[in-house]
Design a protein around this ligand. Structure first.
Ligand code: UDP
Length: 374
């Protein structure tokens, strides 16, 4: 039986572990420096309120990939959930992402879909042909006023830099709609696991050939682990190489927790667009499980900052300097034959859960087909 080490007990590691274990040909050890599984998707019940808390911020599962949806639903019941976000700007509440309601609220109008499209087109900067930056993407497609109100301040707080330094791809994650559809996502399937994400991940790891070591840090190429035929590494790519080519830029987030009676904000997520509000958003966790009822509530103010040595990296910044550094690390990765780099941190990409699952499934299936019988 081949021996496999998986570094990281998040979705990437769990999907690979499950896929390999099911063949009966591998014995898998999983190592994670934290004392829980699930990585940043980890959920747990708050002892005081009994609310299921997304410990590392809101996670709403969405995908249009039938295979991924069917796969993940075999590890837990997903309840239908549509993410409807609000944004507070200058003391008023607006609908987010930008839709017909936002446009009519913001400009004090009652435009039809056709009128709104023409109105926004007249605001957009048509001289920008192929927007490469976040700022140009916003100016071209929503115009200066909506950009300044809803994206400029939020993005500066979130990313710690001017939006003109960020790629257009970050803004392309959000739809702009000329209807009253205020679903944050465009995907066909959307849901939240009834028993929390950690329960789904626990089921993925539930196999006699999988052994998990929590609270155990892996030190990359400097680590002395031995006896494994292959390693799947899901930690930060730069950490694997002891930051030899420098530290890649990441934003991290941290939370201020509050508890109170009843309902604090009446919605799962409210964004704060003003630069002067120090946090980016507030999440109130009981609204992620509308099928449960709770007398008390717990909510987090979310703050963003640069990632320092002991912080958990969240968002790869991918600025020009980072991308050059990444190339140096990727050249090192290409020389390693018995280590696979997988997931958001090991590939330094802004991936969602459904991307992670899809890639991990493909990666594990490819690995099995290449190694079986060898
Ligand atoms: N964004 C913004 N205002 C908002 C929501 C999002 O400026 O009200 C920008 C911000 O730069 C953010 C990006 O759009 O990083 C992508 O938003 P998304 O909701 O996908 O971010 P995530 O949920 O991954 O933090």
């Amino acid at each position: 039986m081949k021996k496999i080490l998986i570094v990281g007990a998040g979705f990437s590691g769990a999907v690979v572990a499950n896929t390999l274990a099911k063949t009966g040909n591998y014995f898998i050890e999983v190592m994670d420096e934290r004392n829980h599984i699930g990585g940043n998707c980890h959920t747990e019940r708050d002892p005081e309120t009994n609310v299921m808390v997304h410990k590392y911020g809101p996670h709403i599962f969405h995908t249009s990939n039938q295979k991924v949806w069917d796969y993940i639903n075999s590890f837990g019941t997903f309840r239908p959930f549509v993410n409807r976000v609000k944004s507070v700007y200058m003391g008023k509440v607006y609908s987010m992402p930008i839709n017909l309601h936002t446009i009519n609220q913001f400009f004090g109008k009652a435009l039809s879909p056709k009128e709104a499209r023409e109105w926004i087109e007249s605001k957009g900067d048509s001289s920008i042909e192929d927007p490469k930056t976040f700022e140009d993407q916003a100016k071209k497609f929503v115009g200066e006023e909506l950009y300044k109100a809803f994206f400029y301040g939020y993005t500066k707080k979130q990313w710690g830099t001017e939006p003109k330094n960020l790629p257009a791809s970050i803004l392309k994650r959000l739809p702009v709609r000329f209807s009253y559809d205020d679903n944050y996502y465009n995907d066909i399937y959307q849901g939240i696991p009834e028993a929390g994400y950690s329960s789904v991940i626990e089921k993925l790891f539930d196999h006699p050939n999988i052994k998990i070591h929590l609270g155990k840090r892996f030190f990359g190429e400097a680590d002395s682990v031995s006896g494994f035929d292959h390693i799947f590494y899901t930690g930060p790519i730069d950490a694997y190489f002891s930051f030899r080519h420098g530290r890649l830029g990441y934003r991290t987030v941290f939370f201020k927790e509050h508890r109170t009676e009843g309902d604090f904000q009446g919605n799962p997520v409210i964004n704060y667009a003003d630069e002067s509000t120090p946090y980016t958003r507030v999440h109130e966790h009981k609204h992620f499980t509308p099928w449960e009822s709770h007398a008390k509530t717990i909510y987090f103010e979310e703050y963003s900052k640069e990632t320092e040595a002991e912080d958990i990296p969240y968002y790869p910044k991918r600025l020009d300097g980072d991308m050059k550094m990444l190339q140096a690390y990727e050249a090192e990765v290409s020389r390693l034959s018995n280590v696979t780099f997988l997931g958001r941190l090991a590939t330094y990409r802004y991936l969602d859960m459904h991307h992670i699952i899809e890639e991990a499934l493909d990666c594990a299936e490819k690995f099995i087909s290449e190694h079986i019988g060898k």
